[in-house]
Design a protein around this ligand. Structure first.
Ligand code: UTP
Length: 408
């Protein structure tokens, strides 16, 4: 892209200041900036007008979950189906590790965080341990895909290498990068991260499948005959990965996606709950629940909207192939974004100062036709680490690990 073409593109979006330092850059820096302008999709900025606005939603209906008693009753049957899928190489795992984990307050990838008390125990290490707990007894090595971003790719890959992949076979792990989106202030003006670089952030976790394909890893999927991918978040240190019972139940139900869910602690709990929206699986946020929905009961007299997702899903790839090109809406997420001020000096803000644009996996699920919500015991499988202290923190996760006999 030439400077003139870049100027034209920026003018369309009112972002001419991006070239403010162009004249003082050396040739390599100029080319780098022009390339970034060429590759960046500025159309996400039009979403800035949606800040604070309520999303339009469709018609909600309850979506029944498979609950613990039902799962216990059919456990052996499901487990057998799941083990068959694992031993025949049909299921793989995918770790979402592209997020910035800003709430934890460290620049390093979240998975490198040490939650140990008497010895180092890294988040990545715990996740791989959970995976090995399933795969070791079966003697199988399912592919583990790890999604990183431009911001943390090298550190993540070298951390795994330095720790000998935490006991997993390195040739069974494939790292790939997700896409980025530009970040802006509250008025939609792009931040500059450096004189030759627009501030960008990972564009959310919905694009995992298209990024996997873009990285050429669909070849591995075809070569190995992988049909199912268990997507999981980096920060839940208790979750079971490639859980055969979950795999079996999802396959048996014949749905496009299985979703691990936990029962709401109380009707007031502030979690998004799984439901149907206009006939498709969906998540309704706690602030979108009407009083009528909050009070609705199922045939057993239990709350009809009662299960929250924990970001552990089993996707059937043929159905994903049908929706992958569709694109999901962008959400504006208020975050702390480092930037160059008017004088060109770097600023690291103490408070949220702008927006990042993210596409969420929830919206990808809504594109699919059917979903099985699969209940898990919260205290045994849900220990998310979002913050350093308080709710969903290193502290609460340590306590839950202790309760589950995991020494840290
Ligand atoms: P979170 O919603 O907790 O986001 O991600 P985050 O960006 O990591 O954390 P904060 O909000 O800045 O503190 C849920 C999961 O989705 C992944 C994260 O790595 C985590 O496993 N994720 C999130 C991505 O892989 N890419 C993204 O762009 C965003």
């Amino acid at each position: 892209m030439t400077k003139q073409q870049a100027e034209e593109k920026l003018r369309q979006y009112g972002q001419e200041h991006v070239l403010k330092y162009y004249d003082i850059l050396d040739e390599a820096q100029r080319q780098k900036l022009l390339r970034q302008i060429e590759e960046t999709d500025f159309s996400v900025l039009k979403n800035i007008g949606l800040a604070g606005e309520k999303r339009e939603r469709g018609r909600f209906e309850p979506l029944a979950a498979m609950e613990l008693p039902q799962i216990r009753q059919r456990k052996d049957e499901f487990e057998k189906i799941g083990i068959q899928a694992l031993t025949s190489g049909k299921a793989a795992a995918l770790l979402l590790a592209g997020g910035m984990g800003t709430r934890l307050g460290t620049d390093a990838p979240k998975g490198t965080y040490d939650i140990g008390l008497t010895r180092p125990v890294f988040i990545f290490e715990r996740l791989i341990r959970n995976l090995l707990d399933v795969t070791e007894p079966l003697g199988v090595w399912p592919m583990l895909f790890v999604m990183t971003s431009e911001k943390n790719h090298e550190t993540t890959v070298s951390f795994f290498k330095a720790h000998d992949y935490f006991g997993y076979r390195s040739d069974r792990i494939a790292f790939f990068k997700q896409e980025m989106a530009p970040a802006c202030d509250e008025n939609g003006r792009l931040f500059m991260e450096a004189k030759d670089r627009i501030a960008t952030s990972p564009n959310g976790n919905a694009g995992w499948y298209s990024s996997l394909i873009r990285a050429g890893l669909d070849q591995v999927i075809r070569d190995e005959g992988i049909e199912w991918i268990n997507l999981f978040a980096v920060d839940n240190v208790l979750q079971k990965i490639l859980d055969p019972v979950f795999i079996g139940a999802t396959l048996d139900a014949g749905v496009s996606v299985g979703a691990k869910v936990v029962k709401k602690a109380s009707p007031q709990e502030k979690v998004g709950v799984i439901c149907q929206e206009d006939g498709h699986p969906s998540i309704v946020e706690y602030y979108e629940l009407s009083d009528e929905m909050r009070d609705a009961k199922d045939e057993k007299g239990e709350p009809a909207y009662n299960f929250g997702v924990i970001l552990n899903y089993l996707f059937h790839l043929p159905e994903l192939d049908e929706v992958v090109g569709k694109g999901t809406p962008y959400h504006l997420v208020r975050k702390k974004i480092s930037y160059l001020d008017e004088n060109g000096d770097p600023v690291t803000p103490e408070q949220e100062n702008g927006f990042k644009f993210e596409q969420l996996v929830l919206d990808l699920i809504h594109e699919l036709d059917s979903c099985l919500p699969f209940e898990v015991v919260r205290e045994k499988e849900f220990a998310p680490i979002k913050n350093k202290t308080g709710i969903d923190s290193v502290e609460t996760a340590r306590e839950l690990c202790k309760q589950n006999g995991i020494e840290l």
